[in-house]
Write a protein that binds this ligand. Structure first.
Ligand code: SAJ
Length: 453
């Protein structure tokens, strides 16, 4: 048994009497842990709160579970008495502010699932202290802070007394803008938008974040902050759909879409480059827009752009399978019985995350069409179930080595994620047929051996 597993069964160590946290962060995931480090870097004493009993142990032992957070940072802040974690939510009573950063997935009907936000809010309500500030960071529909969190906190006092927001406690919304793996933009240097239920709430939230991040942008209400976050990601989703639609048109017109986009990108103003691909992956871009379209229906409003973009982006895996079929056909091969090597299952380059990845959908579609699929992804040794992922049937759920034999055995290679560390020329030299969906062969013209989106 590993040390961590062994200590799972041990009762959680009590917080030291000397530990006086100022900020509690509920949810220590890819948002919460970097946020805790950023506040601790700013000199605040931070208490992490999580339902996972291994988190308090990992923290005490100076271990990070988030790729962007070095364990040495965790260890240093624990050593300095600036960071500990607990599963006991009652300790938030010690803090001046509580930040909630728990997941907001979509349910099977693609509707917002605020279950974890509500559970976190209910859990802290009995321990809320006079004057304390609560901030929600989880991505959600406009109105969540006012319609869901405010009533739970106002009516959640242990003694049943009603609390008034802006007087007895403060409440605000500030969207997370964490981009996992981004070496340039991090929690500290990415501007933070903040909107409170009252001006006093906004003032408190601005003062809180100014202790940790470089710049804070205040808006007049939580709804403006909730909506701007969705708008940021809908902007990406819609523009990616636009270039995906352009790619499908260019195929019919026999025009190289990559050449067209590169040419458009020479315009130094009024244009922003997006690139087509096998579809949309990740836990933000494909999901966030549906928080708005769901809420908009309450106002008898149909968000046409979001629906259309969703249709186009959702169709891309099917378009890629059709393109592969045409390429195999040009080589006298049928889909059924063909062996196809997929390179890259992570939803974008140089990360390990394959949640909502189009590549997983493509593997499923290929297996349904009788294709013998194998995949290689240096960042994903095994595709495991969870987070809505259905792994392909074994042994296709295990990454294979990119050997000359593996490449030669394949009737076709599909490039679905443009990881940096792959020798793409070696792949092209060793494979009878490559279908490139990420323009890794930008300098090489299309041919019967090299097909492109
Ligand atoms: N994609 C395309 N074409 C593009 C850009 C992306 O097909 O031109 C695909 C990617 O391959 C991926 C999906 O879209 O499958 C999402 O890619 P992304 O680059 O948007 O990366 P994410 O999902 O990690 O988005 C995050 C978001 N961050 C937050 O929500 C806090 C997003 O707001 C950021 O703009 C984005 O990172 C970023 O810029 O890296």
């Amino acid at each position: 048994m590993t040390a961590t597993t062994a200590s799972h069964s041990l009762p959680e160590e009590p917080l030291p009497e000397s530990f006086r946290p100022e900020v509690a962060i509920v949810g220590l995931g890819y948002v919460g842990l970097p946020l805790a480090m950023t506040f601790a870097d700013g000199g605040a004493t931070v208490l992490g709160v999580d339902v996972d009993p291994s988190k308090p142990i990992d923290v005490r032992e100076g271990r990070s579970w988030i790729e962007d957070v070095p364990s040495s940072d965790v260890a240093a802040h624990v050593e300095a008495g600036r960071f500990l974690a607990t599963t006991d939510v009652s300790h938030i009573a010690l803090c001046d502010a509580v930040i909630i950063a728990v997941p907001t997935p979509l349910n099977r009907n693609r509707e917002p699932d605020l279950g974890m936000v509500e559970a976190a809010t209910r859990s802290i309500a009995p321990y809320l202290q006079p004057g304390q500030l609560v901030v929600l960071e989880s991505t959600t529909w406009p109105g969540t802070t006012r319609e869901i969190l405010e009533p739970l906190l106002a009516n959640g006092a242990a003694d049943g007394t009603k609390r008034e927001v802006g007087v007895d406690f403060h409440l605000a919304y500030s969207p997370e803008r964490v981009d996992p793996g981004n070496a340039t933009w991090n929690t500290k240097n990415t501007p933070k938008v903040v909107g409170g239920m009252t001006d006093a709430c906004t003032d408190k939230a601005v003062a809180l974040y100014e202790r940790a991040v470089d710049s804070v942008h205040r808006v007049s209400a939580p709804e403006a902050a909730e909506l701007e976050k969705l708008f940021e990601n809908i902007f990406r989703n819609v523009n990616i759909a636009l270039v995906n639609e352009l790619a499908m048109l260019c195929e019919r017109m026999d025009i190289d879409v990559w050449e067209v986009i590169d040419a458009a990108a020479t315009k130094p103003f009024g244009f922003m480059k997006f690139t087509p691909g096998p579809g949309l992956g990740g836990h933000c871009i494909p999901i966030d827009p549906f928080y708005l379209s769901w809420k908009a229906r309450e106002y008898d409003f149909s968000t046409e752009f979001i629906e259309l973009a969703g249709k186009i982006n959702t169709n891309m895996p099917y378009h890629c399978v059709r393109l592969l079929r045409n390429a195999l056909d040009a080589h006298g091969k049928a889909m059924r019985g063909a062996r196809v090597l997929v390179i890259g299952v992570a939803y974008k380059k140089d990360i390990t995350d394959y949640r909502e990845s189009s590549a997983i959908k493509i593997l499923e579609l290929l297996q349904k069409r009788g294709v013998e699929v194998v995949y290689h992804d240096p960042f994903v040794p095994e595709i495991q179930a969870g987070h809505g992922v259905e792994p392909p049937a074994a042994p296709a759920n295990i990454s294979v080595e990119l050997t000359p034999e593996e490449l030669d055995r394949a009737d076709a290679v599909m490039v679905l994620t443009d990881h940096s560390g792959i020798d793409w020329q070696h792949v092209l030299d060793s494979s009878p047929l490559v279908v490139d969906f990420r323009n890794v062969y930008a300098g090489t013209p299309r041919s019967n051996q090299l097909w492109k989106l």
